[in-house]
Design a protein around this ligand. Sequence first.
Ligand SMILES: *[C@@H]1O[C@H](CO)[C@@H](O)[C@H](O)[C@H]1NC(C)=O
Ligand SMILES: *[C@@H]1O[C@H](CO)[C@@H](O)[C@H](O)[C@H]1NC(C)=O
Ligand SMILES: *[C@@H]1O[C@H](CO)[C@@H](O)[C@H](O)[C@H]1NC(C)=O
Length: 490
Amino acid sequence: MKVSTIFLAALGAAVALAAPTEKRGANDTEKAVIGYFEPLSGFPIEKLNFKKYTHINYAFGYMYKGAPDPYTIYVDYAVEGPKIKELVRRGKANGVKIIFSVGGWWGSQTFSEVARDPVRRKKWVESAMVFLRPNTLGDDAPIPNGWDMDGLDIDWEFPGTPGASCNTWASDDTANYLLLLKETRAQMDLEFPNNYKTISSAVGTIPWAGPDRYPLRDVRPFLPVFDWLNVMMYDVHGPTWGTPAQPGSTGPNAPVFTPPNRNHGSASEGVYTWTQAGWPKDRITMGTPFYGRAFTATVNMNTQNPISQYGPQTGVAPKGGPLDSNASFPLCVEPEQYWGFWNWHEIREHILTNDQNLLEPVAGWTRYWDNDTKTPWMFRESDKMFISYDDPTSMSLKVDFARYHGLKGVFMWESQMDYKEELLTVLTQIHCSSAACICRDVPKWDPAKVYAQPNTKVTYNGHLWTNKWWSRGETPQGTSWGAWKDGGAC
Ligand SMILES: *[C@@H]1O[C@H](CO)[C@@H](O)[C@H](O)[C@H]1NC(C)=O
Ligand SMILES: *[C@@H]1O[C@H](CO)[C@@H](O)[C@H](O)[C@H]1NC(C)=O
Ligand SMILES: *[C@@H]1O[C@H](CO)[C@@H](O)[C@H](O)[C@H]1NC(C)=O
């Protein structure tokens, strides 16, 4: 990525003195399908299907040590500006909220320095507001004075812990973070009294670290500042998570449940941990990965006894799919290493190429299902590559989990990693009413098929149908003399 220095000069605040009209998160009963969108890869915005999202999180504006001031929210304006404008334009046309995400793993370098200093906090809030304000300079202005987005997603990864190697951090980060958030919220309420803007955040499966580095036991002080939290229920096992001496084991990237004695961090534990600390379920969205992670095992996992997705591994990430790169992120230079990433579309293009059967990989690979964690995995004996990933089946179970717990919705990292909207389409099932959910798994009526067994369910023409007797080739119509009984819309 080429970076050009930009400063989004903060406008003098256009202040309206009115009380906020809404309470945090209280007005929003629609289930969320939130797509993180990382523009760096050059994926055209036209390919994002706005019909299937409720929110798109533009990721990221960076907190970068190389910027002239720690409070600068760094964006490669020349490259990203037109993309942000296009996202906002399409978002408005389709009723999709466009949210500006700040931070991320590489872009949280200076949050600690900002949050601890009252003057920097103020300047940070001013620069953040520029992304929310409307542009009053006209469409042709080379640098708009506002980007007109609908909210902020503050992804400080992670206060009170070291995080990426470029980060500054301190033990009082989390307390300072709350100050920064309160000041941000107050300024938003002041500036946008009639046009509510949200604040969300991507968080881990455990709450922010307190001064002792243990997760906070009570997160209720954050309720007035965040509308919801995007809980990242992935990256639970990774090839380089351990130490060289103890490289950890292969295992699920995004388990829904965790069997005893395994790495923590399942979706189930995430919901439990946050709710125990006082965060309501209906203000949690469930993070899902549109990628798998590869490891190099040190045993043959096809014959390991018993066969399990847990096994010894080298601790060095293999090159994953064709797009996996060992180049370090330009804003935080680190030693070259691969990540073992396999985007879902890479898995579909190279391993699970059979559209009719996602259980059948190309030669060399074997596919397994782990019923404990509700995730699939694959193994290739020739180079001992293990991949933990998610497919439409495991995504569907994740959606069921989110619905069962009454979560606010689902999100994914990252939109462009999908294949023909296969996983995104499954995530949209978060919206389905109970009738529609029943119909979800019912096959379409097939004119060529013999329906010998009475009470067989089919869908046809937007309705659910059951047959009263043997039938073939009889179009469901719901007449009293016909074979098919109309079970209503679905
Ligand atoms: C809040 O709810 C009211 C009443 O349903 C609705 O008119 C308004 O548009 C909602 N506001 C937002 C930001 O969704
Ligand atoms: C990084 O990738 C390049 C090819 O893009 C390769 O030549 C180099 O050996 C790799 N470095 C490591 C440490 O794997
Ligand atoms: C799969 O797990 C569920 C619990 O999540 C359990 O009820 C079921 O018996 C398991 N199935 C098999 C085949 O082990």
